[in-house]
Design a protein around this ligand. Sequence first.
Ligand code: NDP
Ligand code: PYC
Length: 346
Amino acid sequence: MTGTTTLTFEALTELIGEIFLKAGFSPLAAASLAATIAAGERDACKSHGVYRVEGCLRTVKAGKVVPDAVPEVEDDGASGIIRVDAMNGFSGPAFEAGAPLVAARAKKLGIAALVINRCTHFSALWPEVETLTGMGVAALAMCPSYATVAPAGGTRPLLGTNPIAFGWPRPGTTPYVFDFATSVAARGEIELYRRAGKAMPEGWAVDAAGQPTTDPAEALAGAMLPFGGHKGSAISTMIELLAGAMIGDLTSTEALDWLGTTTLAPHHGELILAFCPERFAAGRADPFAKAEALFEAVAGQGARLPSQRRFTARAKAAAEGITLTAEEMALMERLRDKGLDAVQTL
Ligand code: NDP
Ligand code: PYC
């Protein structure tokens, strides 16, 4: 297939939203997920861009997510923990229900937590922490996934690719944000290598026999590796504890048992912590001025801030649009026209 299609962010969001509405998503879920996926394409984060749309539909068709679930908020209006039960739906509507509450509570108490239970979470975390920095708080988000990563020193899947993201608000400019899988690479990255028929870099994964591999298919059938050896393994384990065991939700191993496959989007919980820097600093110093001095010092060494590549891609997309390949566009059109009939569950 040849030729490309260039769309505005709004047009791509609308196209993905149409697909989701046709597949039975609630208008809120369709809008929320479509904006997150379109933002992945806009910010050049293809591992969580349009290729995820088909996976969402397959997960619906397999009966593993409720596309029109209405999240239920549990909040007594005073405590530091706000809980949202996603009611087995996608995480987006649950996050949107809880985000303004957790930001407001953090401003009141200094710190607050948003616990999301029983959600399907397939997306990048930066849209969430950016939403919270936009509300004036710093944020730390994390969730398990499904067991695809061996612990450091091990050879079999046990941990998830367990993402962790942090955002710090910067008055007058884009926030400081990092967001990464605790595996060497996100599983979505390996899937893109598989689709492109390319070998992966060394050190990302072992095959089913526990031997190092650069073959994406062997890696997907084997185990991915944590980033930074024992350090990434420990952070990933912490995420299993805080955003799985502690919040009364599934660990990555339990999530895989529940789903029965890694070909659908995973179901588990999520933990998001919100901090009010002014409340923590309590007048001792200006935390935002100190942060700016630190960021300037980073840039002063010729290093770049995380998310700088994304924000550059975002500006380029605003000026020039978002370009999809002919294959990607054909898939979007097929999913829009045929809905759930276009996908298989295996
Ligand atoms: P990357 O390794 O691509 O990027 C990690 C972070 O490091 C980004 O914030 C990136 O900023 C930054 N960065 C990269 N290179 C540099 C550099 N040279 N200097 C400074 N900062 C740098 O991310 P991953 O592949 O690990 O993860 C991709 C996405 O997958 C994440 O958004 C994550 O949330 C998502 N994910 C979601 C899962 C889920 O279950 N929902 C599971 C696993 C992953 P920049 O983007 O600007 O390059
Ligand atoms: O890319 O590792 C990943 C991933 C897992 C679940 C959603 N994304």
